[in-house]
Design a protein around this ligand. Structure first.
Ligand SMILES: NC(=O)c1ccc[n+]([C@@H]2O[C@H](COP(=O)([O-])OP(=O)(O)OC[C@H]3O[C@@H](n4cnc5c(N)ncnc54)[C@H](OP(=O)(O)O)[C@@H]3O)[C@@H](O)[C@H]2O)c1
Length: 340
């Protein structure tokens, strides 16, 4: 089986560029030892992968010569595991590739009852890791309550846009922070946020946030860290809660920068809690039932920017760290329509 796969060609120092990666054509053997050959239909190019290039995170680091992993959906072509058979629709840790051989333990069969009447790519968005991360960050880690003021950073991204919409559904006043006028307009017009703030066009984010939330912020869903979080922390209410979901602004730094507002954390008696979505694995089915209802009713929009073709994966990945980042990205491989 011929496959095209993106591999790490050289170490990344600071910002990634297309020269750090190469697209290799490989002959894949039949899978053995509990592995499965998957034909990939869609895969993500999430910025979180940057954190794994050259460093261990909650997942193993990616070394030079290795295939770049990515969440994906696809169809099983061959299986050496009793858990899967050819034709199964699966989601999980696949790769930036047309085909991949993966451990059976890294993928799950997609319950077609969850995806019935929905596009397949939603399994990587609202009906997948991004939607679940948003759901548990809000309902469990932050335990948001109706009427509370919630701020989301990287609000136009995959996790952030889902988080903002779910917080609205749950009755909160929601302010999103994103880069650029267009994204900030989309937050309100497409995703139904109450308000938005363009951090790229801000002289003092802390002051502008204070004008938008003069009574203070109850809960902060943090995707980026850095200066944006510094500004939010200075506007938290007493006993405010912060869920640390991602730190995108840190991933390309040679040295971690960290939070510079620890004094405010003390004086405001804040709680900061990091979390990983897979901690909630045993509750995914229950969450997906709620999320599915919201998507079907139109209360939760799922409209990623879809790049067609494996060759666009790296440029898409790199673009997310630039000023003209295009929002939520997915790569579509081959013909991945409603027919799956
Ligand atoms: N804890 C978990 O279980 C879990 C699960 C999934 C994802 N995550 C993390 O959650 C975060 C969001 O994930 P996602 O997939 O939805 O990504 P995302 O928010 O779509 O990330 C891409 C966006 O990040 C923003 N960005 C890039 N560089 C930045 C910088 N230096 N400062 C501020 N913003 C910057 C850009 O948006 P703007 O143009 O608006 O700046 C870009 O479009 C990531 O950090 C990811 O690692 C965590």
């Amino acid at each position: 089986m011929k496959a095209l796969q993106w591999v790490l060609a050289k170490p990344v120092v600071g910002m990634p560029s297309s020269s750090n990666f190469s697209l290799a054509e490989t002959d894949l053997p039949s899978p053995t030892e509990q592995k499965v050959l998957v034909e990939i239909r869609y895969h993500t190019v999430a910025p979180g992968i940057r954190a794994r290039i050259g460093a261990d995170t909650y997942a193993a680091k990616i070394e030079v010569g290795e295939i770049i992993p990515g969440m994906g959906v696809g169809i099983v072509l061959e299986s050496a595991s009793v858990l899967f058979e050819p034709g199964d629709l699966v989601v999980g840790q696949l790769a930036w590739a047309t085909h991949a051989i993966v451990a059976a333990s890294d993928i799950n069969r997609i319950g077609t009852q969850h995806l019935k009447d929905l596009p397949l790519h939603t399994a990587l968005g609202t009906m997948g890791p991004s939607g679940l991360t948003a759901y548990f960050g809000l309902t469990d880690v932050l335990a948001i309550q109706p009427g509370e003021t919630v701020v989301i950073s990287s609000a136009a991204g995959s996790v952030g846009s889902a988080a903002g919409q779910i917080a609205k559904i749950l009755g909160c006043h929601v302010i999103g922070i994103a880069g650029g006028k267009e994204k900030c307009r989309d937050l309100i017009e497409i995703y139904g946020f109450d308000d938005s703030l363009d951090y790229r066009d801000s002289k003092s984010l802390a002051r502008e946030l204070n004008a938008k939330a003069p009574e203070g912020i109850d809960a902060y869903f943090d995707n980026v860290g850095g200066e944006i979080s510094d500004a939010v922390i200075q506007n938290m209410k007493l006993f405010g809660r912060i869920a640390i979901c991602g730190q995108t602004s840190e991933y390309n730094q040679r040295e971690p920068r960290g939070c510079r507002q620890m004094t405010s954390v003390i004086t405001r008696r804040l709680t900061l809690q990091g979390f990983v979505v897979f901690d909630f694995r045993d509750q995914f089915d229950r969450a997906l039932e709620h999320i599915r209802e919201w998507v079907l009713s139109g209360a939760l929009q799922d409209s990623p920017n879809i790049l067609s073709g494996i060759d666009l994966a790296v440029d898409g990945f790199v673009s997310q760290f630039s000023e003209s980042s295009a929002g939520r990205l997915l790569v579509k491989i081959g013909e991945a329509g409603q027919g799956w």
